[in-house]
Design a protein around this ligand. Structure first.
Ligand SMILES: [Fe+2]
Ligand SMILES: [Fe+2]
Length: 160
């Protein structure tokens, strides 16, 4: 039996994971239309990962006979005109997600809900990977600066 608090936190996390999906998916479409198909492919794949995260949480609720009623996701689109902006936003989003997973983990631990705490192990490890992947690309983009040839090279690298 999941506490009402944990149920609500997990439901809110599902909405945030879906929101992350929407943001990545939208930015992917921007890159697609601006000749950076490698970035687009990478972010489309990343957006599918967010659906996987939401599904894991949704299944966990189902395992505890808790229903998730689909809520409209609050997409917040900011300025992502250039890869540097886009990946800065994405990196911040992943850092925020890590914090959110930590907060739910703390609540589970404090409430003596070790099942949920253990369930969240996967997400804590996943977030290390997510942050690292995005940080590495952001770092490359920063080093590239205004060198369009180098940007295209990175785009090609992300395509594969
Ligand atoms: Fe996620
Ligand atoms: Fe993510």
């Amino acid at each position: 039996m999941l506490s009402t608090n944990i149920q609500q936190m997990i439901k809110a996390q599902i909405v945030r994971e879906l929101n992350n999906h929407d943001i990545y998916f939208t930015i992917a479409s921007f890159f697609e239309n601006n000749g950076l198909s490698g970035f687009a492919k990478f972010l489309t794949k990343q957006s599918q990962g967010e659906i996987d995260h939401a599904t894991k949480f949704k299944n966990y609720l189902s395992d505890h006979q808790v229903e998730f009623t689909f809520a409209q996701t609050p997409v917040i689109l900011e300025n992502y005109n250039i890869p540097l902006d886009a990946f800065t936003i994405i990196y911040q989003l992943e850092q925020k997600t890590t914090q959110e997973i930590q907060i739910i983990s703390q609540a589970a631990m404090q409430g003596g809900d070790y099942t949920t705490f253990t369930f969240l192990d996967w997400f804590r490890v996943e977030q290390v990977e997510e942050e690292k992947t995005i940080f590495d690309i952001l770092d490359k983009i920063k080093n590239i600066g205004s060198d369009y040839g180098a940007l295209l090279f990175l785009d090609q690298h992300l395509e594969n």
